[in-house]
Design a protein around this ligand. Structure first.
Ligand code: URA
Length: 246
């Protein structure tokens, strides 16, 4: 194991015990060899959600128009308390797209997703699988404005903001989407999701595989589950390898 990887794993609270295996146990259990199987989302529809008023216009936007539209957005109440909307950060042609929940206080202040404590852990998780913010990764959120008091965004807020995320995905065309936590997974899959039951599987967003793992902020509160997150990282790395295989 390289010194850098050992350091990252120490930062994740995993010590030197965890090393990448191919294929990881979760993938093997799901029968993932070199191919990627797609699991059907749990067939529990969420309550009917209002579409964003501007979803048709958003679907035609380029990055500049999208950035301006997000910055000026007043489609839901989250605009009232935000300092600024946070579009996302990273390579706009990345193979990897990580989707979080919504900006926190520091993200609202700085205009970039995952720059606080949870962001530090996310960076360590990315490093553990050989990724770096801004290289082959784009990071976005389900909602672009900070929910007051860092509360979970409501289904109405995620539904209203969804066209922005949809357009980002359309423009990026990632090979793999990683949903960090329940609100991100539910926004992408439009169905109720339980993280524990969804780990180690591939879901589908308009033909793009989606894998689901714990939100870094949850892992900071529940460090014992970092070991599960490590399994998830192995699974997503293996999944990407399979997707890139000729
Ligand atoms: N949590 C998130 O879900 N997103 C951020 O950008 C920061 C913290």
């Amino acid at each position: 194991m390289s010194k850098q990887r050992a350091k990252v794993l120490r930062e994740m609270g995993l010590g030197p015990v965890w090393t990448l295996r191919t294929p990881p146990p979760a993938a093997a259990a799901e029968g993932l060899g070199d191919s990627v199987d797609v699991a059907a989302p749990a067939p529990v529809p969420m309550s009917v959600m209002p579409p964003a008023a501007s979803s048709q216009a958003t679907a035609a936007m380029d990055w500049d128009a999208l950035a301006m539209s997000v910055a000026a957005c007043r489609q839901c109440g989250l605009c009232e308390a935000r300092k600024q909307a946070v579009l996302g950060v990273g390579n706009r042609k990345a193979d990897w797209l990580f989707v979080g929940e919504g900006p926190g206080a520091e993200e609202d202040q700085r205009g970039e997703p995952f720059v606080g404590q949870a962001g530090k852990l996310l960076d360590a998780m990315l490093a553990a699988i050989g990724l770096r913010r801004g290289e082959d990764v784009y990071i976005a959120n389900a909602v672009k404005c900070r929910p007051p008091g860092n509360r979970t965004p409501t289904p109405e807020e995620t539904a209203t903001c969804r066209p922005y995320l949809e357009r980002q995905i359309e423009l990026i065309q990632p090979k793999l989407i990683v949903a960090l936590g329940r609100p991100a997974a539910q926004t992408l899959l439009r169905t109720e999701v339980k993280i524990g039951a969804s780990r180690g599987k591939c879901f589908d967003y308009r033909g793009i595989p989606v894998v689901i793992t714990y939100h870094p902020a949850y892992l900071l509160r529940t460090p014992l589950d970092k070991a599960l997150a490590w399994e998830d990282l192995c699974f997503m790395r293996h999944t990407m390898k399979a997707l890139k295989a000729p």
